[in-house]
Design a protein around this ligand. Sequence first.
Ligand code: LLP
Length: 433
Amino acid sequence: MQFVMDCLNVNEQGNLQLGGCDLKKIAEEYGTPAYVLDESTIRKNCRAYVDSIKNYYDGNGIAIYASKALSCKYMYKLIAEEGMGADVVSGGEIYTALTAGFPADKLYFHGNNKSIEELEFALRNGVGRIVADNELELTRIDKIAGELGIRANVIIRITPGVDAHTHEFIRTGQIDSKFGATLENGEADEITALAVSLKNIDVKGYHCHIGSQIFELAPFEHAAEIMMNFIGDMKDKYNIEIGELDLGGGFGIKYTESDTPIDYGEYMRAVSVVVKRVAEKRGVKLPFIIVEPGRSIVAEAGLTLYTVGTIKDIPGIRKYVSIDGGMGDNPRYILYQSEYTAISVENPLAAQEDVITLAGKCCESGDLIGENMKVSEFKTGEIVAVLSTGAYNYSMASNYNRIPRPPVIMVNDGKAKLAVRRETYEDLVRCDL
Ligand code: LLP
């Protein structure tokens, strides 16, 4: 049996197993809901990116983990061990990374509206690159760097006009974005002019990110081509040599059988061909390449365990199966109507002949994990696993309805370790005065 998560299997007891751990036992020991992630799959995914840069681009680059996908101290330690950098998007992510001992010079600070306090915190702590989103931010970075008596290493975020979610890659499609300096209307050129004029800023590179959960190579190749030509244009115009090109993340993963992700090696191979071709044509030096995978590092390594509670069958309408979690630990259905696969932990091979709506426990009708999901017949008290929840679940979790957030458990070689403990009721009132 092949599950949407490759790393899952069924053990001798007939139970679902992850990282050599029986998930029924994990549920008994840690309770539900609980996020469980297979550490060796995360490491394998990291290596696929690190190796792809070695194999197809002579190692002249770095893979940085977009930590918004799953941010906790354990992840930053693991990522550092794998030799990767990290993309951080807030003072909180920087703080978490630094507390985990992550090397500051391998942090890339993103965001469209970083506060002055966050910029100061980043610069004081030696964050490697600030990805400047706009002119206001550049001037703030310049001022703070001046006050601190340092030079800030900056990458400028460009909106290249590639809409990854249409087949035409409509170039005007992305002008409507809150991120970055738009290429088409001259903003990208203007922000470059400003950056080179500022005394305390070193323009190290350009950045773009064209979207998320992308299954095709062509938009990535297209973006790389546009960015390389832009580097050429800026060299011609301002006589600047841009050494780094950050091509963002966005590589798709498998949530259901219909998802068809691309091979990461294939991505780097295709993009490096484009980068080398345009570099030669435009007479610019080969840039150091940065890629920023988030979802594809952790999503398919993780699942969420829940216990089934109330079952409400409305004949001719639908059957609601309610679990002990929901939008608080996985807001992706209510936000994006994202699809998931759910299976029974004790009967993972049972025929999936029931069609249900998997509902959460929040006081909100839209609190669902999925509608029209094909599953085996779930019974009250049964443990079910919702697959591919390793990314953008824990990191997007909330305490809506004052429900404590679940723990994050790492499994590896038959052993389980807590990366984040379950929240308690005391945690919920910790900031209440
Ligand atoms: N780099 C930048 C600048 C980004 O904005 C993002 C994601 C990434 C890298 C990583 O993209 P990934 O490889 O994970 O696709 N909450 C949404 C996803 C939002 C992605 C935001 N930016 C979700 O749950 O689907």
